[in-house]
Design a binder for this molecule. Sequence first.
Ligand SMILES: CC(C)(COP(=O)(O)OP(=O)(O)OC[C@H]1O[C@@H](n2cnc3c(N)ncnc32)[C@H](O)[C@@H]1OP(=O)(O)O)[C@@H](O)C(=O)NCCC(=O)NCCS
Length: 193
Amino acid sequence: MVELVPGRERIFFDWVTAAEVEAAIKHEHIAFPPDEADSPEQFRYRFKHAKHLFLGAFAASDQAKGRKLIGHVCGTQSPLTYYTKESMSVHVASSPSICVHSVVLLESYQKKGIGLQMMREYLLRIQRQISSSEGEYRHGKPERVLLVTHDEVRPFYEKAGFICKGKSDVALGQGVWYEMSYPLKQSSSSTSK
Ligand SMILES: CC(C)(COP(=O)(O)OP(=O)(O)OC[C@H]1O[C@@H](n2cnc3c(N)ncnc32)[C@H](O)[C@@H]1OP(=O)(O)O)[C@@H](O)C(=O)NCCC(=O)NCCS
């Protein structure tokens, strides 16, 4: 588990549980305008069908019991090599593209490096699962992680290792969207002799 220590809270990353999905939905609606926020149904669908792609950032302290969700990254898998709006509501298991639909950190935790740590942890966990012969990717390994972003947030994703593929055709709320892609390494053990 990755840990940072801003103030007296411990920040760490872990998979989101069923009890925490409603908090993630609330955070989504705080972070995005109504025409960009994903719906509660989309969130519940993603948790039900692709919980292996639903990572949370959590805060814990000695004063409070348990852990508090402070951010999340969630996605689905798609058979296409580019990001589509359909992938926001459909998960096709064992597909080559992981489409990330929501990256959010509560405002009071922003600008401390936690968002970037969360994104890197997400990519690292996927990469580790690809290298394993068990688990979610045993019937088909993802080759890339895709997402769309507005121009101003591009530097954030570039710092995490994403490459900008240019403007996306996706129509969602206001403004132009750019497609970002992160190439996943395929494990050497899957290479035949
Ligand atoms: C985007 C978000 C997850 C970033 O989290 P964060 O913890 O504030 O980001 P970090 O502190 O880890 O930033 C890491 C780097 O990315 C850059 N960055 C972070 N947010 C950025 C933004 N909104 N625009 C441009 N660059 C950004 C920072 O400048 C920082 O670089 P630096 O270390 O050289 O200063 C967070 O701001 C958020 O939840 N925003 C609201 C929802 C949102 O816009 N999500 C993305 C939708 S595509």
